[in-house]
Design a binder for this molecule. Structure first.
Ligand SMILES: [Zn+2]
Length: 128
């Protein structure tokens, strides 16, 4: 829409409903737009970042558990083993994924509706 025309229409509305009401409406519209047009790619990346933080915690917890119980690579470990004293907090994927711990010596990952969250660096994983 032509900008001049839009301004004219807005002033017309302002004359009827009052400037403060219109200003409140514009602010509300902007907020709505920001929410609905939130970049889904950016959100997915933020989710992946948060999820990788969780995966690092899980990976470190697995290694500590394996050390404490004298488990070697390939040993099965469950979330219940880590929950009691190896995880600082309950981990939850922001994209509602499910964590797959895997065996000792492997990297945990997360399966979510859009794919898989994985650790991309060596951080938190022991050499096999
Ligand atoms: Zn995830």
């Amino acid at each position: 829409m032509d900008h001049g025309k839009l301004v004219k229409i807005l002033w017309g509305i302002a004359g009827v409903v009052g400037v403060s009401t219109l200003a409140a409406f514009v602010v509300l519209m902007q907020m709505t737009l920001q929410v609905t047009s939130a970049d889904p790619q950016g959100r997915a990346e933020a989710h992946a970042r948060q999820c990788r933080d969780n995966l690092r915690d899980l990976s470190a917890a697995k290694e500590r558990w394996a050390f404490d119980y004298g488990k070697s690579a390939g040993a099965e470990v469950g979330m219940a083993d880590l929950r009691s004293s190896y995880l600082k907090k309950e981990v939850a994927c922001p994209a509602k994924g499910t964590y797959v711990l895997g065996a000792v010596g492997t990297r945990p990952y997360c399966e979510y509706a859009g794919g898989r969250h994985e650790l991309t660096t060596e951080a938190g994983t022991a050499a096999p």
